[in-house]
Design a protein around this ligand. Structure first.
Ligand code: PMP
Length: 435
């Protein structure tokens, strides 16, 4: 359409309460949302406003219920409003919500993260953006170099240096980067295609990578890609930063690093480790992390860092995630992915449902996707947004963008999966027959 939004003659429409809230929101919040993809700009229509959520389901302000595969973009691995997590948060809240002083809880969460990931030291922050920004600063300080290498279609938050060729919302909006970022801020950012080993020389401070790319849809690293990066970094004296904001405590307790047998010098985590509250982390080897103030010369700080509610939630969630729980989640995702593949392809639509252990993606197209160009090609078919709306009309909430992945939770049951697959059969048929 002329305004860049897709045709909204959709089978799904937001109810009157959500619609009214969105109109009010547009009056006081840019685009009506506090994070761009939530606006439904690329899938069309008005977003549903959430009233409450429990387990695998969210309920919107009009009382419609959806089986939720967004799960707060991966933050809610146990499902929404897990009773143990709520109890931990409310017990912590009863003792005060923020102190700006150290607590025992943050030590316990840091110990949990170090033990699971092999990081020697970890610093807690409030968002993934802060974690990656800090990792880059530490890498530059430790190496005395300025250049950083990132991959097209990977998203590492919204700090200036990392927005070039970003996935997630940057890709959804079709932005090459962001206005307001001075040329100087990205002058030292080199963008390379995912799944290809870029030239790395002695001017490179670090290579930052999503070890499993999950912000351009789901793109698995090809065999040899991560090991090749590791070797190229070692040869050039550059650091390898694994951005595990999505994969940390999602592919397993040790994240993608443990699952794929790759060693990063620095790692960033977020989402799951905050138990649904604002918390993220940057960690790595002691001598690198001791670049950070107050030990070293790299400044980094945060009023709410290590917030007691967030650390309580993170501890409660990580305690409920022994290794076998990831096997359970992977088994659910396998059944779901097989069902979606069958449902969509038997309607005659070309589809790829990649799976990496506990993550799944949906690409419409004949060929498996291995990089950002492939992801863009798939998104350009326009099938994702039509399928998205047809699924929403049947009570299943997928991510409102083709450049995201599917997040299943441990609260999703076999019958939830069956209901999803049934919805997918009908939705795919509708999309296919509408031509
Ligand atoms: N890194 C990755 C891999 C992410 O997926 C995200 C957010 N989806 C971020 C960093 C930024 O995290 P946040 O939104 O908490 O700033």
């Amino acid at each position: 359409m002329a305004d860049g939004r897709v045709d909204t003659k959709a089978t799904w429409r937001a109810g009157p309460v959500s619609t009214a809230l969105f109109e009010r929101a547009l009056g006081v919040i840019p685009g009506g949302v506090n994070s761009p993809v939530r606006a439904f700009g690329s899938v069309g229509g008005t977003p549903y406003f959430v009233e409450r959520a429990r387990g695998a389901r969210v309920t919107d302000a009009d009382g419609n219920e959806y089986l939720d595969y967004v799960q707060s973009w991966g933050a809610s691995i146990l499902g929404h409003a897990h009773p143990d997590v709520l109890a931990a948060i409310s017990e912590a809240a009863s003792r005060g919500t923020t102190f700006g002083a150290p607590t025992g809880q943050e030590v316990r969460l840091a110990e949990t993260i170090c033990e699971a990931t092999g990081c020697e030291l970890v610093r807690l922050v409030s968002s993934g953006t802060e974690a990656t920004m800090t990792a880059i600063r530490v890498a530059r300080a430790a190496t005395g170099r300025t250049k950083i290498v990132k991959f097209a279609g990977c998203y590492h938050g919204h700090s200036d240096a990392l927005l070039a060729a970003g996935g997630s919302g940057v890709a959804t909006l079709g932005f090459p980067g962001s206005a307001g970022v001075p040329a100087g801020a990205v002058a030292d950012t080199v963008v390379a295609p995912y799944n290809e080993i870029p030239p790395i020389d002695d001017t490179v401070a670090c290579v930052i990578v999503e070890p499993v790319a999950a912000n351009m849809g789901l793109v698995a690293p090809e065999p040899g890609f991560l090991a090749g990066l590791r070797a190229a970094c070692d040869a050039a004296g550059a650091l390898l930063v694994l951005d595990e904001v999505i994969t940390g405590f999602r592919l397993g307790r040790g994240g993608a690093a443990a699952h794929l047998g790759i060693r990063g010098d620095l790692s960033t985590l977020g989402k799951v480790i905050g138990g649904g509250l604002p918390l993220a982390a940057v960690g790595g080897r002691r001598e690198l992390m001791e670049q950070l103030a107050p030990v070293g010369p790299v400044y980094q700080a945060g009023t709410l860092s290590g917030n007691p509610l967030a650390t309580a939630a993170g501890l409660a969630v990580t305690e409920l995630l022994p290794p076998e729980r990831f096997d359970d989640l992977a088994a659910t995702v396998d059944v779901l992915a097989a069902g979606l593949r069958e449902a969509i392809s038997s309607a005659g639509l070309p589809v790829q449902i990649p799976v990496v252990r506990t993550l799944f993606g949906i690409f419409f197209g004949e060929e498996p996707v291995r990089d950002f160009d492939g992801a863009k090609q798939s998104a350009a078919s326009g099938l994702y947004e039509r399928f998205f709306r047809a699924m929403l009309a049947r009570g299943v909430a997928l991510a409102p963008s083709a450049y995201e992945v599917g997040f299943c939770s441990l609260a999703h049951t076999g019958s939830d999966v069956a209901q999803t697959v049934e919805a997918a059969e009908l939705a795919a048929r509708e999309v296919a027959t509408a031509g």
